[in-house]
Design a protein around this ligand. Sequence first.
Ligand SMILES: Cc1cc2nc3c(=O)[nH]c(=O)nc-3n(C[C@H](O)[C@H](O)[C@H](O)COP(=O)(O)O)c2cc1C
Length: 431
Amino acid sequence: MRQMHLGLFLLGTGSHVAGWRMPGAVTSFQDIQAIQAMAAQAERGCFDLIFMGDNLYADPGAHPSYTVRLEPLTMLAALAMVTKHIGLGATVATTYSDPWSVARAFASLDHISGGRAAWNAVTGSSAQAGPNFGRLHPNHAERYAIAAEFVEVVRGLWDGWEEDALVADRESGLYVDPARLHKLNHEGAHFSVQGPLNIGRSPQGRPVILQAGGSDAGLDLAARTADVVFAVVQEFEEARTQYAALKSRLPALGRRPEEVAVLPGVMPIVGRTEREALDKLAQLQAFISPTNARQLLQDRLGVDLAGRDMDAPLGDMPLFDGGHGFARALLNKARRDNLTLRDIYNLLGAARGHWVLCGAAEQVADTLQHWFENGAADGFNVMPSHFPGGMEDFVELVVPILQRRGLFRTRYEGTTLRDLLGLRRPARGEG
Ligand SMILES: Cc1cc2nc3c(=O)[nH]c(=O)nc-3n(C[C@H](O)[C@H](O)[C@H](O)COP(=O)(O)O)c2cc1C
């Protein structure tokens, strides 16, 4: 029976912008012990992977607890030491890094974790990073042109070492066989990289690649290179469309649909009863400040609220250059449900533009099952509102229902993230 894949998205102390204000919630995302406890919860729930978001600037306005964070790869290396099975995904933006360093860092994490590393290759949605790197934020098309070349170079570098290039033969004195190391000699529009890396082929052959762009360029890049795709959707039909848009690109690229898992983002607000769940959501929503929501509108839609009537319908507007995926999902929802700016503002405050699924555990499980079985998802990117409570509700109440229904694993099998995702270990130079 086909099984769901579940990812835990770590974004600050929770994906709700004000989740940290819940009584008893974790308040610091630089507290490694608290983060270890989040990873342990996910492993208890048999999740496929933890996936850490990142930004390259500090802005306390939109999502305060996301302003303070540990550098993702450093943090995941620490988690690799206290977890056993779960995949470890970090976001690194292609606009503000270089392929050699990224290839090296993820190969290192793959070795450290015994084959559990994943790279979320984002273009970087915010112009606020630019001044920290002494450059202007490139426009959308340029960001994706850079990203496409960047990912190609990283994959090439991961393939630079043959499996058995590290010989370490005491007898002959041969340590590394130079004939089994291959230069990349890449010369492109944006990067010039010789290679090879100074680290051997990693346990997964290549670390897993995650992608989260929802624009046409984002879907093209994902179809060519990603193993897992995170979708931004607000409702079922939209999720089916997004799912089909990605899967339909694969055959022409010589890839099978099951080679790429599409996981829509979802913030589950779960109660023992529907009433209890609705009360939790209301409690969370009451913590949102106008500053949070205003800044998020700016970040997701590029809308400046100065002089706008909060109770007028949002109306039509062009897709925001900062990111098409979120803007499209929000504009579609506003059109469908005739939402005002204030409605959008509240929606954004909850899950930053992701889908909020609120209900009793059985209702939540029913909806996830419906999406999974009807062409809208291969699993879900779970975005708890806060920790430990928001995650605990999902792991303790929803996961057992999915397991009882045979939709989700009850224990880990295999050793690498590729094993969990049902993906083959690629040979050098393959696909
Ligand atoms: C689940 C999810 C997580 C994301 N995490 C990050 C992140 O950590 N950092 C970032 O800069 N962008 C992040 N993004 C943004 C996208 O990856 C992408 O760069 C942006 O939306 C622009 O792409 P698009 O126009 O193709 O949608 C995330 C998107 C999604 C759906």
